[in-house]
Ligand binder design. Sequence first.
Ligand SMILES: Nc1ncnc2c1ncn2[C@@H]1O[C@H](COP(=O)(O)OP(=O)(O)OP(=O)(O)O)[C@@H](O)[C@H]1O
Ligand SMILES: [Mg+2]
Length: 430
Amino acid sequence: MAEIRLELRGAFPHQQDFLDCPKRYAIAASGTKAGKTACGAMYGVRELVNRPGCRGWWVAPTFEQSVSVGLEAVRGLLPRDPDLVQVKTTSPPEIRIVPTGSVLSFKSADNPDSLYGPGVDFAILDEAGRQSEAAFVAVRSTVTATGGPMRLLTNPTPRTGWFWRLYTRGLHPDDPDVASFRWRTADNPLISREEIDDARRTLSESTFRSLYEGEFLDIGGSVFRGVRKAATGALKPGEAGRRYVGGLDLARTVDWTAAAVVDEEDCELVAFERWHGSSWEMTVGRVAELAKRYPGVRFNVDSTGLGDPVLEMLERNDVRVDGVKFTSTGKSHMVERLAALIEKGRLRFPPLEVLMGELESYEATTGPTGVVRYGAPSGMHDDCVTALMLATKDLDIEPSTEWTEDDVVIGESELSEVPSLDLDEKEGEW
Ligand SMILES: Nc1ncnc2c1ncn2[C@@H]1O[C@H](COP(=O)(O)OP(=O)(O)OP(=O)(O)O)[C@@H](O)[C@H]1O
Ligand SMILES: [Mg+2]
C-alpha cells in the first residue's frame, strides 16, 4: 500500500497547544490571520492520516467558505498525488486519504438541517462565531454517537450567544470538556510588527482589540466613540470646484429619510437633511433640490429591498446615484470605517443633536443566529447614521498636508484586512 508522507508545516507554538489539547471541545478565539484556518486544517489532516477509516466534517458559515477556504487549506497540506489523496468536487466536496480510507467532508452551516448525519468522528468549525446555535447543535449531535472531538476557530464575537457561553466555560482550566484559547495576530510570526502597529494606529481601539488581539468586546452603545469631540464642523453651502459625496437612506414606510453630503477633501459633513416619510415624488424632489446645491455630488443609496424604479426616478431628476445593497459583512465594514473616522478625529460634522444622539446610541447586538447586527436600539432610528456611513463609505482618506504627523490614515489595504469576516474568497472549483 502506498504510504502517505505528510507535508505538514510546523505548527507555531500557539497552534501546537491547540493541536495537543486532549479535551473534547477546543476553542480558539483569535485575532485575524493568527493561523486559525491553517491550524484547523492541520488538525483535520492529522486525524485523517492517523485514524484509518475515520470521517470528519469541516463546517464554515457558507458553502463557498467551506470550499474555497477550508478545502483549499486542507488540500494545501497534502501531496498532490491521486494515489494518495483524492478530491471529490461533486456535492458534498470531500477529501479522501487513500491509504487510510479516511474522509473529510466540507459542509455549510447555513442549512443546519443538512448537518445531521451518522457517524462523524470529528468536526472542525471554522469561523464558528458566525455560525448559528442551530448549526452548532446539529454538528454536536452528529458527533455524539462517536463521542468525537470538535474544534472551533473564530474571531471573537460580542459577549453574548452560544459561542461566548462555550468559550467562557473553557476559560476554567478545570472544565473537563472544554478548553479555550485566545490568540493574537502577533502570535503568527509571518505577520510583520509594522503591519500590526499600523493597524493599532489606524483602526478604532475597539476594532483593534477585537480584530488583532482576539478580545471579546462588550456590546452596547459603544460602537461610535468620540462623537462629541468630532462635532466641531458646520453646515456649508456648496461651492463649485469642490468634490462632494452623498449618502441617502430612504424612508420605507413610517420611517425617516436622511440625506448627508460630505466634502471629500475636508472630510466634513456639509449638508444634512432629514424628513419624515412622504411620497416618492416629494422625496425625490427634495433630494434633487439638495443635489443641485452641491455640484457634482453623487449619492450612495441604501437600495436594499428597494426596486430599481426609485433609483431610476432619482436619475431622471438629475440625481447621480449608486445603489448599495447591504450585506452583514458590507455593513460591518461601513460601520467600522465610520467608527474609525470619528474616533481618530478624521471626520467632522456639525453638532446636530439628532445625528449625535443616533451615533451615541447605535449598538451591536447578536441575533439568534449568532450574527452581529448593527443598528439602533429597538424603537429608535438610525437613518442619520446610515446616511453618514453611506456618504463616507468610499472616502479617500489620504492625509492632506494640513494634517499633523500624529494623524493616522486608513488605507484600503487595512480595510480589506478588517473583518475577520472577510475570508479569502478564491474561486471554487465546482
Ligand atoms: N504554521 C504555519 N506555518 C506556515 N504558515 C502558516 C502557519 N499558520 C498559518 N500560516 C499562514 O498564515 C496566514 C494566516 O493564516 P490563516 O489564514 O490560517 O489565519 P486565520 O486566523 O484563519 O485568518 P482569518 O482571520 O483571515 O480567518 C496564511 O497565509 C497561512 O498559510
Ligand atoms: Mg481563517
